[in-house]
Write a protein that binds this ligand. Structure first.
Ligand SMILES: C[S@@+](CC[C@H](N)C(=O)[O-])C[C@H]1O[C@@H](n2cnc3c(N)ncnc32)[C@H](O)[C@@H]1O
Length: 240
């Protein structure tokens, strides 16, 4: 029976896909992937491009998800793309949908899954998890995300950070995802919420790619040159 498989392709290095993900991608009839604009490449697709055998002529469909916080635009986009996806499966194709990292962490897959489950209940859906960017980063910098009784907070740094000060006071580790362009506000917030200067501070950008940047220091040593400015950035801060 044809099905839709949501696949986590990991953080950028094609060697960090699961065997199950590779098998599903290579045997699919249709490979779907997200892009922020029609004329922009899909990062998820670029991660797996070396694994795709072009002689098989698998159909590749790029679905555009604009980078906006406008809820009406987002809902319209989710409905439109979910319909395209569901109709391909109902026409008898095995479809995979690629997402960076894991499909269940800040991913477009979450909305696709929800919409298709509700509007197209006949579509069989399964999910193959992927290696999450923050764990890739933890292994690269040798910093544990949590140990013993520690509490961890995961914060999307491009949203309203005013409530995060209270969370900071009660977290041993904080992971900031989604957009390095807001990391200057994060540093200010950490200092205002009393995160100690000797806390471990690590920042990563474009992990698993040839443009990878990694910096690790104490929070008190951070200056303007430490910060990254790209969307694909991660910041981890941890009390010692
Ligand atoms: C929309 S979220 C997707 C998260 C993804 N589903 C995961 O499991 O890691 C995108 C954010 O994930 C982080 N990210 C994902 N891959 C990354 C990479 N290769 N290098 C740095 N950050 C990455 C960045 O914070 C980026 O802004």
């Amino acid at each position: 029976m044809p099905e839709l498989v949501g696949i986590g392709v990991g953080p950028g290095d094609p060697d960090l896909l699961t065997v199950k993900a590779v098998k599903a991608i290579q045997s699919a009839d249709v490979i779907m992937c997200p892009a922020s604009k029609e004329d922009r490449p899909s990062i998820a697709l670029s991660v797996v491009s070396s694994l795709i055998d072009k002689s098989k002529n698998q159909e590749i469909v790029k679905l555009v998800f604009p980078m906006t916080k406008d809820k009406d635009v987002l809902v319209e986009t989710w409905k439109k793309n979910a319909k395209i996806m569901a109709e391909k499966v109902l026409a008898g194709n095995n479809v995979v949908y690629l997402t960076v990292g894991d499909p269940y962490l800040y991913s477009t897959w979450i909305y696709m899954h929800r919409e298709i489950e509700e509007k197209f209940p006949d579509v069989k859906i399964s999910v193959i998890p992927g290696i999450v960017s923050m764990f890739t980063f933890a292994s690269k910098v040798g910093v544990s995300i949590a140990e013993g009784s520690e509490k961890v907070s995961i914060i999307p740094s491009c949203y309203d950070l005013t409530t995060v000060k209270e969370i900071a006071k009660n977290s041993e580790t904080m992971v900031f995802l989604k957009d390095g362009r807001y990391f200057d506000q994060v540093i200010k917030l950490l200092k205002e919420s009393g995160f100690p200067n000797d806390s471990i501070f690590a920042i990563g950008q474009d992990l698993g790619t040839e443009n990878e940047v990694i910096r690790k220091m104490k929070l008190g040593e951070v200056n303007d040159d430490t910060l990254t400015t790209k969307y694909f950035s991660i910041l981890v801060v941890k009390r010692v």
